[in-house]
Every structure is written in C-alpha cells, then in structure tokens.
Write a protein that binds this ligand. Structure first.
Ligand code: PMP
Ligand code: GLN
Length: 384
C-alpha cells in the first residue's frame, strides 16, 4: 500500500523495546524513567478518579490546568492568557502534530534540526509539507553537538514556512545557548517564519545551564508555538498530558486541528498535573540533580567500556561514538547488542535523513535506577 505514512510504519522505540523484552536486555533504548513521579501528584490523580472526573474534559483543557500552565510559563519569562493562549493536548506528540497540521500547508517547507525526534518527520509528512534538515555539528575540542547557524540560514528558502526546534535536544542532550537561539530568532523574524519549539525537557538541564525558551527572544513571542508537557518533568510519560502556548490566533488554529485528532484527553490527570506544576517544582529540582548524577555515571561507565561519549547537557540521553570499539555502524550494533550482551540502545542515524553521517553514534538513556545503569555498564564492558 503506497501512502504518505509508508516510510513510518514502525518506530525505533517499539522495535528496540520489543527486542530488549525478547532478550531480557537492560533497556537503555526507550527514554522513560523507572521510578514514579511525586507522590502528591499521584494522589491527586487517584482522588480525581474517585471524585468522578472521568468524562470528557473541556476542549481547551481544564481551567485549573491552563491556569497552572500560565503560571509555570511566567517562571520562564513569558506571559500567556490561560483562556485564549493555552491548549492542553494528548502529550507533546499531539501538540507537534496538531501544530504542523494547523500551520503549514502542502508545498510548504519545514526546517528541522538533525538528528530530530522521530515524530517530527512523520508529522511533517502528515501535514503534506516537505522537511529540510540542518545537521548539528561537532564543536572542535569539546565534541558538543551545536547548531550550524550557517547551514540553518542556507536551509531557509522562499517556501519555508516554519522551523521546528527542540531544546533541550533529544537525542543529543544539547541545550541550545543564547547565541544559537538568537540566530534562530533573527532568521525567523527576517523570513517571517513560525517557530514551533519542543521544550519537554525544559527542567532537565545540567551543570547550572539555563533553558532559554525561544519565545523569550526579541520578536519571537508573536510567532512562536511553545510546546511542553508533564511526562518528563514529573516522570509520568504514560499520562500523555502536553500543552501548546502561543498567541490566540495560532492556538485557535492548533485547536481546530486537535479537536479532530483526539478532541480531549486525560481528564483525571489534568488536575494532578496542575497540582504538580504549582507544588512539586522542589521535587523536580531533585530529579534534575539526580539525572545529572546519572548522566555522569553513565558517561564514565561508557567511557570505561571504550565508547567515546559526546557531552550531554540535559534530557534523558547521552550519545556515544562506537568507532573506538571497532564498530562502524550503530544500527547494526544496536540490533546485535541485546542478544549478544544484554543491553539495548538506539542508533542515532534513524533520527536523520543522512544515516551515513550519523552511523557512528548510539543513544543511551540514563533515566534509570543506578543499579540498572551499573548493570548495563558491566555488560557493555564485555564488548571489548
Ligand atoms: N518531544 C521529544 C523531544 C521527546 O523526547 C518526546 C518523548 N519522550 C516527546 C516529544 C513526546 O512527548 P509526549 O510523550 O508528551 O507526547
Ligand atoms: N521520547 C522517548 C524517547 O525518545 C520515547 C517515546 C516513544 O516511545 N515514542 O526515547
């Protein structure tokens, strides 16, 4: 069957998690935490079910959650009207899909940073637009995968309608800095582009780095659709509560698409996430510190096992170069690893349009208990 979804039949996460389960491997492939979010938040969800919040919530999301999202965005320095400028979605995934469906047309071009989160290419395809990718480049000395602003400029043409940017960045762990974001902002203003930003890891930044929302830069608030969600911030990836913040006209368009994708979702989780945004940020600060330690723990373990790790500045993920171990292809290695030594990772090349350029890198998730990370590292030592 030839359809526009043909290239997207199975996600790498489904494939690698199935392989990990089949082989009993330690799963550092799919990024989800193996401990629960704040107890207070879980309690509110249970109370909400008992209180009968089990029917369709309002289309834009429950007022209590939209209010809490507005207060939370204010901490990052942006102001949104909870009644007209915020929309609750079924995870960030739906927010991204609905934003593209609403804001770009067949024939338009959307610029993506490569490697890109896998749903971006699929959502651009659903919208009928074409993607143009701009590869991150390794900075000399540090190995940090930074934004190639020259390549970004070159990727923008007369048909470009939108730029989709993810910071902190999955799969590399790069946190884009002010200089990089200022260049993105300048180009968006100069070419009158819409910016769609995926900030689901906004709280998960390490070593005192700052997460800078693109919408806070000059000229950007009026043209930026800011997307985030509860899954990563509060370790509840299965709840699928996400949101869109943007000027009212943009939110109206996204809502028009969203209402025919899922209409609404997650009724009893919405008050729980509202509670978490208001009361559980101290818990999130501990999560961030713990993830920072886990990042360092896995980085050291991977290095000792013979990988060349790239710096991870945030998120759940670190990337590792497999060439020092004598392997040429990360995808081959990832298909072999679970059966051979009992560890699962994800090849970075599947998040790109240029697999040859990225075939040396594998992504490992460190959002796992220390003993799980240690077991994975012990097994990875058997590779050399
Ligand atoms: N964007 C990025 C960068 C992600 O890593 C993920 C999933 N972990 C998502 C979006 C999807 O978020 P959600 O589960 O809220 O749909
Ligand atoms: N976002 C998670 C990751 O990047 C998993 C999401 C998924 O399974 N679709 O690993």
């Amino acid at each position: 069957l030839v359809t526009r979804m043909r290239p997207f039949t199975s996600t790498i996460f489904a494939e690698m998690t199935a392989l990990a389960n089949r082989t009993g491997a330690v799963n550092l492939g799919q990024g989800f935490p193996d401990t629960d979010g704040p107890a207070g938040m879980l309690a509110v969800a249970k109370e909400s079910i008992d209180a009968g919040l089990n029917q369709y919530p309002p289309g834009p999301g429950m007022p209590v959650l939209r209010q809490a999202i507005a207060e939370h965005r204010a901490r990052f320095g942006t102001a949104y009207d909870p009644d007209t400028e915020i929309l609750v979605t079924v995870g960030a995934t739906e927010a991204i899909a609905a934003s593209l469906l609403a804001l770009v047309e067949p024939g338009d071009e959307v610029v993506l940073v490569e490697p890109y989160y896998d749903s971006y290419a699929a959502s651009v395809a659903l919208s009928g637009a074409t993607r143009r990718t701009v590869g991150l480049v390794e900075e000399p000395g540090t190995g940090r995968l930074g934004l190639d602003t020259e390549a970004l400029r070159a990727a923008i043409g007369p048909r470009t309608r939108a730029v989709l940017l993810n910071t902190p960045h999955n799969p590399t762990g790069t946190v884009f800095n002010r200089a990089e974001l200022a260049e993105v902002a300048r180009l968006c203003v100069e070419h009158d582009l819409v910016a769609i930003t995926d900030e689901v890891y906004e709280h998960l930044v390490f070593d005192d780095r700052e997460h800078v929302p693109l919408a806070t830069l000059p000229g950007m608030a009026e043209r930026t659709v800011t997307i985030s969600g509860a899954g990563k911030t509060f370790s509840c990836t299965g709840w699928k509560i996400g949101w869109v913040c943007a000027p009212a006209a943009l939110v109206d368009a996204v809502r028009a698409a969203k209402q025919f994708l899922t209409f609404v979702g997650g009724a009893p989780f919405q008050p729980a996430v509202a509670h978490a945004l208001r009361e559980e940020l101290p818990w999130v600060a501990e999560l961030r510190a713990s993830l920072q330690d886990k990042r360092s723990r896995l980085a050291e373990g991977l290095t000792a096992a013979g990988f060349a790790v790239r710096p991870s500045e945030g998120t759940y993920f670190i990337t590792a170069d497999v060439r020092p171990l004598g392997f040429a292809d990360g995808a081959e290695l990832c298909r072999e690893l679970p059966g051979r030594i009992g560890v699962a990772g994800v090849p970075v090349q599947v998040f790109t349009d240029h697999p040859d350029r990225w075939r040396h890198l594998v992504r490992f998730a460190f959002c796992k208990r220390d003993e799980v990370l240690d077991e994975a590292v012990a097994r990875l030592h058997r590779l050399s």
